[in-house]
Design a protein. Structure first.
Length: 236
């Protein structure tokens, strides 16, 4: 089995699962605030939206396919092992957004929209740090940015901005919904994520760890190098 039975009997494991859910809830709340700010989508959402329109597939399906491609790429090229959080990120953030969004009032005007969007940015950063701090893996997009940071030896801020700007350009070329919110997200999310990881003392290595639960890590098929808790980088 992919996960050993002792893992499911571990109380710390279920506490981390709860922490993961809190982080994903904050993620969903932040995305709902951004959507209702009505000043433009973040780069990934803009990309998913325009590909959805061009392909005829739903927004959610495009997001899932994109996530799967990123997971495979990060595993093969960046040695980032997917974990439970990687899967739950793909499966649960959408439903959280669907549940929360009806209770979020849309911003009436550009100024309030900017304020609402700026409130969502640190909330998204905290949610990211909380769920990654559970050490059950990172979401596909966060894993890509963190894996790039570790592999190329650049700061997380630089790698995150690079990823977001690249996706932003692709979305713009394809005719995606671009606005001030898109630019704000692309410029501020990297520094915010790096600061939140530092505050919560979360490693920049997004691969899941299981040794603290008293079990061996799942078999990874020999791709890349095996990471241990002592090999986690704390470089900021």
């Amino acid at each position: 089995m992919f996960y050993e039975t002792p893992l499911l009997r571990s109380r710390p494991f279920w506490l981390d699962i709860a922490r993961l859910q809190v982080g994903l809830f904050l993620f969903g709340l932040a995305i709902s605030l951004m959507l209702e700010a009505r000043i433009g989508l973040d780069p990934w959402s803009a990309f998913h939206e325009v590909v959805s329109e061009r392909s005829g597939l739903s927004f959610g399906r495009i997001a899932q396919v994109t996530g799967l491609v990123l997971i495979v790429f990060s595993r093969v090229a960046l040695s980032v092992r997917p974990g439970i959080a990687t899967v739950l990120n793909m499966l649960l953030i959408g439903p959280w957004v669907d549940l929360i969004r009806p209770y979020v009032d849309f911003a009436d005007g550009f100024g309030p929209g900017v304020v609402q969007f700026l409130v969502a940015i640190p909330m998204l950063g905290v949610g990211t740090a909380v769920y990654i701090g559970a050490s059950l893996g990172a979401g596909p997009r966060d894993g890509l940015a963190m894996g790039l940071s570790r592999t190329i030896g650049r700061s997380l801020r630089a790698s995150r901005i690079g990823v977001e700007v690249t996706v932003l350009v692709l979305a713009a070329i394809l005719g995606g919904s671009i606005g001030w919110g898109t630019l704000i997200f692309a410029l501020l999310m990297g520094p915010t994520m790096q600061a939140c990881l530092r505050v919560f003392r979360v490693s920049h290595d997004p691969s899941p760890t299981y040794r603290r639960y008293g079990v061996r890590p799942p078999h990874t098929g020999g791709v890349g190098h095996e990471l241990t808790p002592t090999s986690h980088s704390t470089e900021s």
